[in-house]
Write a protein that binds this ligand. Structure first.
Ligand code: NAD
Length: 293
């Protein structure tokens, strides 16, 4: 397939490289990041998009996606599909899909989970919103870049799935970390706590697969001085998107709001920026209850 790829950063670079390895013809554009080997450098985003059957974008946020969409949609060939894999707000995903539809193009929002490791290994999970026809035409590319693609529904449904998942993850990691810090103060050994909880009703991915306590459970960023992994500021971004979406549709999300406030303080006022999101455990362990509890 002829593919345009716009945004070749930490995620987009290895995703584009995997498409080349699978035999696809990829024209790439990024104002900063270099093109991976085998990707032909275009002079602009529009240049990467023209003549492509599918244009993939992997960009930092919704505002940048909207400005890139303004540039590439008029350049795209009739019937081509714009597939945005960035994590952005639901409103931007829907606006860009509508703009593409009006221009006679297909559109998908297809955010990913799996991080930089998954992007390099080609094992991402795609959560996809858009029409059946667009999903069917991009599916072979999802199979190259990932291990699973779930068609979640109409435009915006992929972003909705992503932020709901990550809201659960943020709140679950926060309570797992505070439970370990409480266990410390109660004199309960962390390894014993893991043994019990990982096989009891308090278990979760945060506890069982990504245990925030160093030396306990499987290998995780906690065993590597909390180097990410999944950085706290990326979790904060996703929690903010979840609360923005919740406000827009009047959904009551008190646990998500609390998790967002915690990660906001951790990233912006404490030493959380650049640390893994599980580094809330040493934060809780070093504190008392404080005035707000
Ligand atoms: P990144 O900052 O490494 O890459 C984004 C790239 O977009 C940069 O190289 C930047 O130069 C480029 N860019 C900015 N403006 C542009 C423009 N106008 N035209 C073309 N390119 C432009 O970020 P990343 O880690 O690759 O993340 C990309 C997206 O994937 C984000 O939305 C992020 O939330 C999401 N995501 C990241 C991870 C992760 O672990 N890094 C995991 C899941 C989802």
């Amino acid at each position: 397939m002829k593919i345009g790829f716009v945004g070749l950063g930490n995620m987009g670079g290895p995703m584009a490289a995997n498409l080349v390895k699978a035999g696809h013809e990829v024209q790439g554009y990024d104002p900063v990041a270099p093109c991976p080997e085998g990707v032909t450098q275009a002079a602009s985003a529009a240049g990467a998009a023209m003549r492509a059957e599918v244009v993939i974008t992997m960009l930092p946020n919704g505002a940048i996606l909207r400005s890139v969409a303004d540039e590439i949609i008029p350049a795209m060939a009739a019937g081509a599909v714009l597939c945005d894999c960035s994590t952005v707000d639901v409103a931007s995903a829907r606006a860009v899909a509508e703009q593409a539809r009006e221009a006679g193009l297909g559109a998908l929002d297809a955010p990913v989970s799996g991080g930089v490791g998954g992007a390099s290994a080609g094992t991402l999970t795609f959560m996809v919103g858009g029409s059946d026809a667009s999903f069917a035409s991009v599916r072979p590319l999802f199979e190259v870049m990932g291990q699973k693609a779930v068609h979640c529904g109409t435009p915006g449904a992929g972003q909705a799935a992503k932020i709901c998942n990550n809201m659960i993850l943020g709140a679950t990691m926060a309570v797992t970390c505070e439970a370990f810090a409480l266990a410390d103060k109660l004199g309960l050994d962390r390894a014993r706590m893991f043994d019990v909880v990982s096989t009891s009703s308090g278990h979760s991915w945060s506890m069982n697969a990504y245990c925030p306590a160093p030396g306990v459970g499987p290998q995780s960023p906690a065993d590597n001085d909390y180097k990410p992994g999944f950085a706290a500021e990326l979790m904060l971004k996703d929690l903010r998107l979840s609360q923005q979406a919740a406000e827009a549709v009047d959904a009551d999300t008190p646990m998500g709001a609390r998790a967002m406030a915690l990660y906001e303080a951790f990233v912006e006022q404490e030493d959380g920026r650049g640390r893994d999101f599980s580094a809330l455990l040493p934060r809780f362990a070093a504190r008392g209850r404080g005035p707000t509890g």
